[in-house]
Ligand binder design. Structure first.
Ligand SMILES: Nc1nc2c(ncn2[C@@H]2O[C@H](COP(=O)(O)OP(=O)(O)OP(=O)(O)O)[C@@H](O)[C@H]2O)c(=O)[nH]1
Ligand SMILES: [Mg+2]
Length: 243
């Protein structure tokens, strides 16, 4: 069985360089359905598993501001990759972590790939990956996709995550009391519809923000026969745990 890995991150953080390194010649490109956004997909074989790797468009956020953001967001939410590699630039970590925190609201299965570590070292930037990993609650790997540094460690971590040997508890942003109160009211209602199929806290936030495009995407999701089936299972109480 093959698993899915999505590469997400800000523009220009080296996602495609990493994608090419991971998938080599086993890749194909096309467009995302209904969008003029390039979709690149490829295969990665590790010691233990086979993965489909998807190179998502680079974005600064994952709201509904552009086709690129919708593609990246919808993939993480609705396609539920087994692992999302958040690729960030080691030389501008603080700016890049904004997107990482958004990903953590959407999925627990994330690994932080701090890329361009060669460049950071040249600039004398030191990154305490153990401390960062502890604070963020997910694995943190220092890599250079260009100079092929840290890739073996990355592959090992990916396999360990799929094999259930690594538990993640991604850091969750806490909002103002007023917002948290609204989330508290809305989340159980969302959970009653989607169970664990979709991240209810994240959905609450987006709906509170009045994200109309997401509302349309949800309507389409609800009409999908796969959802109808899983909802019937949810009512019976025998599905969706860990989905
Ligand atoms: N020094 C250094 N440069 C890198 C590394 N990885 C990628 N780059 C360079 O960074 C630039 C952007 O790389 P891409 O792989 O195109 O970045 P991307 O994230 O796919 O960019 P978008 O698709 O526009 O979001 C290129 O010039 C790469 O050669 C790295 O590990 N070290
Ligand atoms: Mg790219």
């Amino acid at each position: 069985m093959s698993h899915t890995i999505a590469l997400a991150g800000n523009p220009n953080t080296g996602k495609s360089t990493l994608f090419n390194l991971l998938t080599g010649l086993k890749q194909h490109t096309g467009n995302w359905p209904g969008k003029t956004v390039v979709r690149a997909e490829g295969e990665l074989k590790t010691d233990n598993h086979i993965y489909q790797v998807i190179d998502l468009p680079g974005t600064y956020s994952l709201y509904s501001n552009s086709a690129d953001e919708e593609v990246a967001r919808d993939f993480i939410i609705f396609e539920k990759p087994d692992i999302t590699l958040v690729v960030v630039d080691a030389t501008s970590l603080d700016r890049n972590l904004n997107l990482a925190l958004q990903v953590f609201e959407m999925t627990s299965n994330a690994i932080l790939c701090i890329n361009l570590i060669d460049e950071a070292r040249r600039k004398g930037i030191h990154i305490d990956k153990e401390e960062l990993s502890r604070q963020l609650g997910i694995p943190v790997i220092l890599i250079s996709a260009r100079e092929k540094i840290g890739i073996i460690q990355l592959l090992k971590t990916i396999d360990q995550m799929i094999d259930g040997k690594i538990q993640t508890h991604p850091f969750q942003v806490q909002y103002a009391d007023e917002v948290e109160q609204k989330i508290h009211e809305l989340q159980p209602k969302i959970q009653a519809i989607f169970g664990d199929l979709l991240p209810s806290r994240w959905l609450s936030l987006r709906l509170l923000d009045g994200d109309k495009q997401l509302l349309e995407a949800l309507k389409a999701y609800i009409r999908d026969p796969n959802f109808v089936h899983s909802q019937q299972q949810l009512v019976k109480g025998d599905c969706c745990h860990g989905a």
